[in-house]
Design a protein around this ligand. Structure first.
Ligand SMILES: NC(=O)c1ccc[n+]([C@@H]2O[C@H](COP(=O)([O-])OP(=O)(O)OC[C@H]3O[C@@H](n4cnc5c(N)ncnc54)[C@H](O)[C@@H]3O)[C@@H](O)[C@H]2O)c1
Length: 372
């Protein structure tokens, strides 16, 4: 604790790490005292902006700082496992960026290590904290839509590959393309709103059409092209998911494609008593949720008045709650692992060209027992 009784925090990674710094800046019970990243200039600039006294290139030096009690990990996906294990080993609670890991095997090690250490492992599913998603989840939980039988979740970009030739387009470093990067968010949003039904089978296809041609790079922004590095992941993934309760979901996700979508995500839920749609264009926070029902038998549309929210701020608030008050991590490492399990099954199905079963909580996609 600091002299103000605040938790002492370290942030690893200075790209998406900025969202964590903004979140901690809004949380009076915590103070970031160290940053780590390989890009010295970016880290120094953030340290100055957020008044962080210690900056390291090597994250193990940050973990060796005895006063740090918890860390945020916002580094490339292949580092989530080693950084989480090292942080837990050093006795720090962990908030890790999405996706939890590249594979179920990695995610299981992280969840198990946190359980054994008795430390918090939370995941930054920050889109859950959007006002539209939060409201919809509450509305569904109250039973307002009846039984949800069909869902659609999507995140589509016209030209949004986050750095052709960067770690994002390396299969080894990222674990996949838009499915593991963007799909994990909308899959989580939709399943969370539906009450986390168990997915029993998936059928999927993936494509890499624009990326290998060197097309589809994110226009502007912080992501740079590394010419000459091969493009190794999909640029579009489509999947059909079957739930144990009979509901189904269509998932669609793309970094780049000849489509009218600029950068748009959302979901639709169809229930026996009502429906809902979230459609977010270019990260809008208001005017994005519509609820469908009936007034005296006449079809009705309702658009709740939404507030803007800082998604990571809410996640960090709950992370601090878990550490200080012993509340269960929310969203938890286990939920992160569940989403990785589905992503792994989707990639497996696309590879095999057929539907695959998703086993129970310890499951992975089974090649040996295809459904069809
Ligand atoms: N939740 C969200 O909205 C959101 C948004 C963007 C990215 N992300 C996630 O955040 C993670 C990072 O993505 P990004 O866009 O910030 O990538 P990035 O490439 O912009 O930044 C990665 C950071 O990690 C640091 N890093 C890399 N290797 C390191 C090492 N060995 N030791 C210490 N630091 C190291 C880099 O120096 C850099 O600061 C990914 O898992 C990504 O999926 C989440």
């Amino acid at each position: 604790m600091t002299s103000h009784g605040q938790l002492r925090i370290g942030v690893i990674g200075c790209g998406a790490g900025v969202f964590h710094l903004e979140g901690y800046a809004e949380e009076p019970r915590a103070k970031v005292i160290a940053l780590a990243g390989l890009d010295t200039d970016r880290c120094q600039e953030l340290a100055k902006r957020f008044d962080v006294p210690h900056v390291y290139g090597d994250y193990t030096e940050l973990l060796a700082h005895g006063e740090i009690q918890a860390v945020s990990i916002a580094a490339p996906n292949h580092l989530h496992l080693p950084m989480t294990l090292a942080a837990l080993e050093a006795g720090k609670h962990v908030l890790v960026e999405k996706p939890l890991a590249r594979s179920v095997a990695e995610g299981e090690q992280m969840v198990e290590a946190a359980r054994r250490a008795g430390l918090v492992l939370a995941i930054a599913f920050n889109r859950r904290s959007r006002h539209d998603v939060y409201l919809l989840q509450k509305h569904v939980r109250r039973g307002a839509l009846g039984r949800i039988y069909y869902a659609k979740a999507f995140w589509m970009r016209r030209s949004g590959i986050p750095g052709l030739g960067s770690w994002f387009t390396s299969k080894e470093k990222a674990g996949g393309g838009p499915l593991i990067d963007l799909g994990v968010h909308v899959l989580d949003m939709a399943l969370w709103c539906m009450g986390n039904p168990r997915v029993s089978a998936v059928s999927a296809a993936t494509y890499a059409e624009l990326g290998p041609q060197g097309k589809g790079q994110w226009q502007g922004g912080r992501f740079r092209v590394n010419p000459g590095v091969p493009y190794e992941v999909e640029d579009l993934a489509a999947a059909f998911l079957r739930m144990e309760d009979g509901a189904t979901m269509h998932l669609e996700t793309s970094w780049a494609g000849y489509t009218g979508h600029t950068d748009e995500f959302g979901l639709s839920l169809l229930g026996s008593q009502g429906g809902a749609e979230i459609h977010v264009k270019d990260y809008a926070q208001t005017g994005t949720l519509r609820l469908f029902g009936e007034v005296e038998g006449v079809p009705s549309d309702c658009m709740p008045r939404l507030e803007k929210r800082h998604g990571h701020g809410e996640i960090i608030h709950r992370f601090v709650d878990s550490i200080l008050d012993g509340k269960p991590a929310d969203p938890s490492g286990e939920e992160g692992l569940d989403r990785v399990r589905l992503i792994e099954a989707i990639y497996r199905s696309a590879e095999l060209g057929r539907e695959v079963k998703v086993e129970d909580s310890s499951s992975r996609a089974t090649e040996e027992q295809p459904v069809s």
